[in-house]
Write a protein that binds this ligand. Structure first.
Ligand code: ATP
Ligand code: MG
Length: 568
């Protein structure tokens, strides 16, 4: 698995732009665009493209357009348009006045098509879908000319006009470029430019029943907008000759340079809208913004920050060959960011009752706790301590193995910010034998967690005061898939067969510190020893707080990096 490509080396695209600027191409302008199709929510792969396109524009005092590539009605929707806009903004980028829709160019694109027909460079073809496929040939065999290739410009114009007027059934005719059926590049074998689809469009309604295809609309939209560098993913490399052919044949003023880069693949997830739509529609996740989804909205709901995503995109760099990025790197980036920003609090996910036998029944002490040891300016808070507490069930073992340094019968540990306590008695459920309560004694001399006689303890536990803690639900997440590369369906297996059945664990009787009362949706915290968490933006309420675990504290990436350095 490749990890980072080039954290420090500047990207090859950056170099191309610098060369162009040096040569004073495009009068020194840099105009890029991010062109999503509004047929789904954006995922972290799109974040890479957004950071790249907007980033290059900012770096070079240029502009980056946001263009909706909306030529495929039926699959597209305003819901997606709105979500895409808010995701781009949330990531920290601004398109200013440069918001465009390919559908706004339909009339101009139609005129361009007419121009091609008049030049004899395009024709209306009436082969069926199957025939078209058959005529196309293969990688090793040339294609065959359609019998409609010889239609006169007049006939083509007439048919194309009538296609637009709605006289024909879907699929009965298409407009094709007249290039070369024997071209070794299949994209150049008279590609389809327009097809009939009587489907209402989310912006143009019923106005059109013919729609341009990507290879025709994309290059022309770029050209209309005066894009200088049209950056796309590697799978469009073989479409570049067609991109250039259309713009050359139409003799347009602006001929952008198409540059391809490797798309982001991330381990243990899929980055394809088609697959993500399937997960949503079939209910494998709750919604597009399910915190397990690799969508920007899912990551946002999970507690990721825009800074962490931008840092990640910077670190993975931009390369010309496909690779798989380790999810651990993404998690590392969010940890780094949250470590600086989030206040620490204590929360107990699976509570075990602890009674401090020698602690006065009515006493409540307010103990000082530091909000962030990384940042003194974040100050401190008071945490109530009383006779009955909750600790984590797995912080106690009756019969502990050697390396278990937490609580056990007869053992002394530190309660963070509070006291040293010693377990003196274990109460069990008579029927099940399950440990239901611990009795401890505390040493009043150790207030604040330090012993005056220099006595050492090996474990420090987090805790809450049972009477003061708030109830909360905490959702723990694991990878959505069990395989590192679920998208690899080469052996014919459906990607959904390796969905992880344990990707979500909802713990409904957690206890959190009282300072979290009224915590705002999306606010982020580190729960000591447990990870980074955020208040769920949809399900949390004043009655019941709901938290999502953004990421654990265990930084597997740091380990991977260390091992890699050693190898080198
Ligand atoms: P998907 O396969 O998820 O549907 P797409 O390429 O069809 O993706 P678009 O809406 O057309 O989705 O993509 C908008 C832009 O984002 C394009 O320029 C595309 O190249 C880029 N992009 C999409 N997926 C990735 C990815 N995984 N890594 C980098 N860029 C991506
Ligand atoms: Mg696409």
């Amino acid at each position: 698995m490749t990890t980072t490509d080039s954290a420090s080396s500047p990207s090859f695209i950056r170099n191309i732009i610098l060369e162009d600027l040096k040569a004073n191409k495009n009068d020194g302008r840099v105009v890029t665009r991010f062109p999503p199709e509004p047929n789904g929510y954006l995922h972290i792969g799109h974040a890479k493209s957004i950071c790249l396109n907007f980033g290059l524009a900012v770096e070079n005092k240029g502009i980056c357009h946001l263009r909706f590539d909306d030529t495929n009605p039926g699959k597209e929707d305003v819901e997606y348009v709105e979500s895409i806009k808010s995701d781009v903004r949330w990531l920290g980028f601004d398109w200013g006045d440069h918001l465009y829709y390919t559908s706004d160019y339909f009339e101009r694109l139609y005129d361009y098509a007419v121009e091609l027909i008049k030049k004899g460079e395009a024709y209306v073809c009436s082969l069926s879908r199957e025939e078209t496929r058959e005529y196309r040939g293969t990688l090793t065999e040339p294609g065959r000319d359609s019998q409609y290739r010889g239609r006169s410009a007049e006939e083509n114009l007439d048919l194309f006009e009538r296609m637009r007027a709605g006289e024909f059934e879907d699929g009965s005719h298409v407009l094709r470029a007249k290039i070369d059926m024997a071209s070794p590049n299949l994209n150049m074998r008279d590609p389809t430019l327009y097809r009939i689809r009587r489907v209402p469009h989310h912006r143009t309604g019923e106005k059109w029943c013919i729609y341009p295809l990507y290879d025709f609309s994309h290059c022309l939209s770029d050209s209309i907008e005066g894009i200088t560098h049209s950056i796309c993913t590697l799978e469009f490399e073989d479409n570049r000759p067609l991109y250039d052919w259309v713009l050359d044949e139409l003799n347009v003023d602006c001929h952008p340079k198409q540059i391809e880069f490797a798309r982001l693949n991330l381990s243990f997830t899929v980055l394809s809208k088609r697959k993500l739509v399937e997960l949503v529609r079939q209910g494998h996740v709750t919604a597009w913004d399910d915190p397990r989804m690799p969508t920007i909205s899912g990551l946002r709901r999970r507690g990721y920050t825009p800074e962490a995503l931008r840092d990640f995109c910077e670190r993975i760099g931009v390369a010309k060959r496909d690779s798989m990025v380790d999810m651990a790197l993404l998690e590392h980036c969010v940890r780094q960011d949250l470590n600086k920003k989030t206040p620490r609090v204590m929360a107990v996910l699976r509570p075990l009752r602890v009674v401090i036998e020698n602690y006065p029944r009515d006493l409540v002490e307010e103990l000082d706790a530091i909000n962030n040891p990384e940042d003194a300016s974040m100050g401190s808070r008071k945490v109530p301590f009383s006779r009955v507490l909750n600790i984590e069930q797995d912080d106690f073992q009756e019969d502990p193995p050697k390396k278990f340094f937490r609580l056990a019968p007869g053992r002394e540990v530190r309660l963070r910010y509070a006291y040293f306590v010693t377990c003196v008695r274990v109460v069990k459920d008579e029927q099940t034998g399950e440990v239901v309560e611990l009795h401890c004694t505390y040493d009043p001399q150790t207030r604040g967690g330090d012993s005056p006689d220099g006595r050492k303890v090996k474990g420090t536990l987090h805790w809450v005061s049972a009477a003061h803690a708030l109830e909360a639900e905490v959702r723990l997440y694991d990878h959505l898939f069990t395989k590192p590369n679920p998208g690899d369906e080469k052996d014919g297996t459906d990607f959904k067969t390796c969905l992880n059945p344990d990707s979500l664990e909802a713990l409904t009787s957690c206890r959190v510190e009282p300072c979290l009362k009224g915590a705002a949706p999306r606010s982020r915290y580190q729960f000591e020893r447990l990870g980074y968490f955020c208040v769920d933006s949809k399900d949390s309420s004043d009655e019941k707080l709901v938290f999502n675990r953004t990421v654990t504290l265990r930084d597997t990436w740091a380990k991977i990096e260390k091992a890699q350095k050693k190898k080198r």
